[in-house]
Design a protein around this ligand. Sequence first.
Ligand SMILES: [Zn+2]
Length: 165
Amino acid sequence: MPKNRSTAAQRARQRQAATGEKYTTALRAQRPCTTHHQIFSARGAGWTPITQRAEQRFDHAWPGHPRPHWEEKFGELCWKSFPWQDAPAEAHRILREAQREADATCQSCPAPGRKRVVWIWDDYCGTWIMPWVKTCCDNCYWVPSHLLHDGEYRFLFETYEESSA
Ligand SMILES: [Zn+2]
């Protein structure tokens, strides 16, 4: 191996020095993309067990409850149009606990996660269409390197990632 062969981390640091990129962001962009995220979808190997457990608890605590419409918004788990007035207090508690668990769990796998800005891939157009906030672990997080300086991406990144780092 040549003595001066640089590692991915060194190359990322050099790029950071040249462009002002964050080192970790630059490093992650060099891995292949492993997870395609879907807009508004709350499904995934990390979150589906959380919503299933919550539904079992609703069955006990709230007979005849409406079918939950789970959704992801800004990286958070939601029940769209949850009937706040009609639901019993125990149902509010079950929902809040599921949301808290989802806040700390990667949506796509059961690893710990936090809010990250990813890009949504559109199969039909064959292109990255927009940045989007998801709760991710390090493995499921990926940003295409050519989109790291996109204005909308930077805005979401500064709002949702830098403030919590
Ligand atoms: Zn993950």
